[in-house]
Design a protein around this ligand. Sequence first.
Ligand code: UD1
Ligand code: MG
Length: 417
Amino acid sequence: MNKNIAAIILAAGKSVRMKSDIPKVLHPVCGRPCLSYVLDLVYALKLKNIIAVLGHKHQSVKKLLKSSIKVVLQKRLLGTADAVKEAMPLLKNFKGTVLVLYADNPLLKKETIKKLLEHHIKNNLDATLLTTKIDKPSGYGRVLRDKYASICGIVEEKDADDFQKDIQEINTGIICFNKDRLLDSLKHVRPNNRKKEYYLTDTIGVLYKKGFLLDSVKINDINEALGINSRQDLAKANSIMQKRINEELMQKGITIVDPDSTFISYGAKIGRDSTIYPFTVIESNVRIGKSCFIGPFVHLREGTVLGDDIMAGNFLEVVRSKISSGTLLKHVGYIGDSQIGRMVNIGAGTVIANFDGKKKNITVIKDRAFIGCDTVLVAPVKIGKCARTGAGTVVTKNKNVPDGTTVVGVPARPLKK
Ligand code: UD1
Ligand code: MG
C-alpha cells in the first residue's frame, strides 16, 4: 500500500467534441470502457487514496469503480482545475504526492506512471509533468520553457499564439504535485481564457512564478499520450490498443494470420496454437481453447466458450454458447444460446432459431451428433447423442431428437429405414 501517494482521476466531462449522449469516458476501446484502462493504472499502484471526480451522467460512470474509490461530484463542469479543487477536501489530512490522471487517456502504461512518480519523489519536486514531443501537436496544451529551458507554464491550444502553436512538446495531462503546492496554486487559477474555464494547467505557471521546482518526464512512445476527445481519437486509440492485444496474444503462442484485420477485444482468452484468420471479431468475454481454427469472417460474441480443436468458420456468428472440444462448424451459420457437445459436426448453413419473438431459448446438441447442411433447429430443442439431421431439416420447438435417431424434412420426422 502506497501511503504517500494519492490519485485523482478526472472523469466528469461531457462528450461535447465526441457529439455523444454517452459520457466520453465510457466509450469502449477494444470492447472496454476508456476509463477502465485508467483505473487499472491506479489499482496497479496499490494506493490507499484514490478519488474519482464524476459529473456528467455520474451514475453510469460510477458503476465501473471499485468500492474503495472515493467519489466526488463536480457540480458544474468549470474545467480541470475546478474538478481537482472539488477533490481536495477528501485529502485534508493527506501529505505527499498527488497524481492527477485524465480518464480519457487509455493508452498510458503503468511503467510510465511509475517512472513519473519515481522522478517526482526522488528529486523532491513540487510538480512534474508527463510530456512528449509530437510533430503535429494540435489539440494539446503546449509546454512553455524559459530561457534556461526550465518549465514555466502550459498554454492551451485555443489560447496559444502562432509561436506557441509551433511548440512540439505537449502536456499529456498527467501531472504529479506536492499536495500543499497543488492546493495553494489552485487558489490562483482564474478562468481568463478562450473557454472561460479553470485550467489545471495554469497551476504550472503559478508555481513557476513563486519559484517552486518544476520538471518533466518525457515519454518516447507518443501513442501513450493520446487523449480521446473526438471520434477520430477514439478510432486511433482502438487501433493502437488492438495492436497491443494482438501482439500479446502472439507472444503467448497464438497465430494471428493478419493482425491488421483481426479484431479481438480486451479480455478475450485464446489457447496456445490456435489460429485466427482475418476478418474475425472476438468480443470481451469469449474463451477459446487450444489448437482451434477460427475464421475467416467469424463473429464470436459475448458468452462464447469454445473447447480445444474446434474449427469455426468461414462466415459464422456465435453468441452465449458453449461448444465442446473437437466440434466442427466449418461453414456459414448462426449459433445462439446453445450447448454443443464433443465431436459434433454442424453442417454448412445451420441456423439455431433461438428467439421466438419474446425470449431467447436454449438448444442442446449432444456428443457426436451430425447436423446436416441447412438445418434449422427451433429452440428450445434437444438433439441426442449421435443423432443426425438430413440436409434442409427443420426441427421444430420441443420436438427433441432421441439419441441415435436420424430425422429429415420439414417439419422433421424420423427417417424410415
Ligand atoms: C487537457 C489539458 C491539455 C492536455 C490534454 C491531454 C487542461 C486545461 N488541458 O485538455 O493541456 O494536453 O488534456 O489530453 O487540463 N474534466 C472534468 N471536469 C471538467 C473538465 C474536464 O472532470 O470540468 C475531465 C474530463 O472528463 C477528461 C479530463 O478532465 O477526462 C480532461 O478534460 P478534456 O476536456 O479532455 O481536456 P483536453 O481539452 O483534452
Ligand atoms: Mg482530453
